[in-house]
Write a protein that binds this ligand. Structure first.
Ligand code: UD1
Length: 420
């Protein structure tokens, strides 16, 4: 199991290119199941999660391969078995994103239930409720979801989501593209990755209006067609580097950044004392003076994302003052707190709220990554700490960050991957 050895080494400097967005790439790769022709996606990050989706598609008989570093070509006309097996789904919850496209295109699907995960229970009831509203017969048996569209085609419906769910909105939006009639998703997720998926589906011939608002209208069409689509850049990866330079100090430029989708993150960094300048798709973040603690409450887009809570906490740990951080999306997303404390952080958690009292310095220690974004927070804290921080279980990090150590080394950090 690989480990990362991070040695605190002063300010970060230089430029780093932002990779394609994991959370946009995953549904976009799954959207290929809606098309009986080859499709091409570019700017697809090389991550364990994108590899998992390709393997999942291959298991179904779909031809899917990475033809260049960031280019994946998929031909789902060879789909033989609309089944997503437990062995892959259990490694990545987002595998459930094949459900909507499979039922829409194949008339039926059998997809393993993803189960809970470290950060919370994460049920998929809203995905199933949406498909049922569109006429699907859904049963659960032996840990699998079985869904079938009577007559082979889903029907348009008005669906009011009980809560804002990103993959739930994406699953239903994809299913609705080939349904008979009009589907309206109310209380839809407004995340930029939902908009990116909608733009991809539109490029394939889908009729979608309102993506990016809380009401999305999809008018079903008979068929979607071949397309080439470029995945948007990753606002969470970009935000992670931004928090790193805020915490450690220095000046970095993020190239090819999704500027418009990063307002909530950049606002917090400004409040923390960073200077931020934007030039087209480049963002330069500098922190030369003192760092101030910033309080935050996570909430669906356009508010501050839960996927940035751990990284902002790592920054607050070394800031002046006290930050109150409230996690409103997942019930167990504070696992990084005990690991950050091993480095000397002063954090008290009550329920879903952490009170972070900034400390003057951190000291390297052995820590364990517990989930994807928690791992990123440990890297940031390790960069701030004196001495060496050894981060175990970094397979979490490899699920969602492309070459993170190489990118940080390019900014002057001292990081080594240790393969055992
Ligand atoms: C997506 C992102 C993840 C991010 C999260 C919230 C992907 C691949 N993953 O996850 O990185 O942290 O959005 O921005 O895009 N819920 C239900 N029933 C459902 C669906 C969701 O109760 O059927 C609850 C969840 O348990 C959670 C909340 O709704 O408390 C939001 O979850 P959701 O937006 O669905 O997260 P994901 O789409 O799984």
């Amino acid at each position: 199991m690989d480990k990362l050895c991070v040695t605190g080494n002063g300010p970060l400097r230089g430029a780093v290119r932002v990779s394609g967005a994991k959370n946009a790439a995953l549904p976009i790769l799954c959207s290929s199941l809606l098309v009986k022709a080859p499709v091409t996606f570019t700017n697809v990050p090389q991550l364990n999660d994108t590899r998992t989706i390709v393997r999942l598609l291959n298991q179904m008989g779909v031809t899917a391969a990475r033809t260049e570093t960031h280019r994946i070509e998929i031909d789902a006309s060879t789909l033989a078995k609309p089944v997503a097996e437990y062995d892959l789904v259990k490694t990545m919850r987002a595998s459930v994103l094949v459900l909507g496209p499979l039922v829409a295109r194949w008339g039926e699907a059998r997809v393993s239930l993803p189960g809970g995960c470290a950060i919370g229970q994460r049920p998929v009831d809203q995905h199933l409720k949406g498909l049922e509203a569109m006429g699907a017969e859904v049963t659960l048996d032996g840990g699998y979801i079985n869904a079938r569209a009577p007559g082979g085609r889903l029907k348009g419906a008005r669906i009011v989501m009980d809560m804002v769910t990103v993959t739930g909105t994406e699953n239903i939006m994809m299913a609705a593209t080939l349904a008979d009639g009009v589907t309206v998703i109310e209380n839809a997720a407004r995340e930029p990755e939902v908009v990116d998926l909608a733009n991809c589906l539109i490029a394939m011939g889908a009729n979608i209006k309102g993506a990016g608002t809380d009401s999305i209208t999809i008018t079903g069409v008979e068929d979607l067609h071949t397309a080439t689509y470029r995945v948007m850049p990753d606002r969470i990866e970009a935000g992670t580097f931004a928090c790193a330079v805020a915490a450690v100090g220095g000046e970095i430029t993020l190239l090819d950044a999704p500027v418009a989708s990063m307002e909530a993150i950049l606002d917090k960094l400004r409040d923390a004392g960073c200077s931020i300048s934007i030039n087209g798709t480049s963002i330069t973040i500098a922190r030369k003076g003192p760092l101030k603690a910033v309080s935050v409450k996570t909430a669906p887009y356009p508010a501050f994302p839960t996927d940035m809570q751990a990284q902002l906490m790592a920054m607050n740990v070394v800031a002046e003052g006290t930050a109150v951080m409230t996690e409103n999306i997942f019930e167990n997303r504070m696992m990084h707190v005990s690991e950050l404390s091993r480095l000397g952080a002063n954090i008290e958690v009550t329920g879903n709220t952490a009170v972070v009292q900034g400390v003057a310095s951190l000291k390297g220690a052995n820590v364990m990554a517990t989930d994807l974004r928690a791992s990123a927070s440990l890297v940031i804290a390790g960069l701030c700490a004196s001495g060496t921080t050894m981060i175990d279980r970094i397979y979490h990090l490899d699920r969602g960050y492309e070459h993170i150590e190489d990118k940080l080394i390019g900014l002057g950090a001292t990081i080594e991957r240790i393969s055992t």
